[in-house]
Design a protein around this ligand. Sequence first.
Ligand code: ATP
Length: 224
Amino acid sequence: MVRFSRVALAYPDPRGRPGQPVLRDLSFTLGDGSFTWLLGPSGAGKTSVLRLMHAALRPTEGEVEILGVRVSRARRANLPPLRRRIGVVHQEFRLLAHLSAWDNVALPLRLAGTAESTIRSDVADLLDWIGLTGKEERRPEELSGGEQQRLTIARAVVTRPALLVADEPTSELDALQARRTIALLVEMNRLGTTVVVATHSEDLPARHPARMLTLAGGRMVADG
Ligand SMILES: Nc1ncnc2c1ncn2[C@@H]1O[C@H](COP(=O)(O)OP(=O)(O)OP(=O)(O)O)[C@@H](O)[C@H]1O
């Protein structure tokens, strides 16, 4: 479950003092196994909400509870184990530049101590699904923007996380690849993962109707 209660977030200003809030008075609950679109124009606060959801930040006010952990009050030591249960597709990819495509996807499984034989088959299956078979040994800079984006999605889902948060996961993809990516997220959801996808595109929610939370100016303006 993901629960926001009266959440506000302010980033520090250049002097380290709290700036103006970029999120205000946000309250909602996402049930286990739900699929949610997070919508709103550029600057509305979608990425900031996702950062709270993967415990990269704590709220300035209010309470955020993720997978049973109250992030607002949790001890620092409890956050890394929580983050390992969450798959994140970052808008700016954040692939490891010195690792091959294969090793980027395998890394979360290696960190989790997964058996090498399982890693071999799971990584191969996912690279096949995202159309990167034959490019396993390439480093991220040797891949196109769309290929890198598909790699970040594979890396985020390979551990079958309890919660998956994806920030504009199809921004670099053509129509076919975007459809395949959404199909992968929907399949993950069908298998039990709670999925949240931020986008300013109206096409994606039309393809997979689900709950839509709409932000504007850091506030929730629609939920339906
Ligand atoms: N690290 C930061 N420090 C200070 N302000 C920030 C930071 N990150 C985001 N902001 C501000 O917070 C507000 C919300 O930004 P956010 O990135 O969450 O919006 P968004 O809806 O994801 O936008 P986009 O669709 O363009 O990615 C914006 O005014 C932005 O300038």
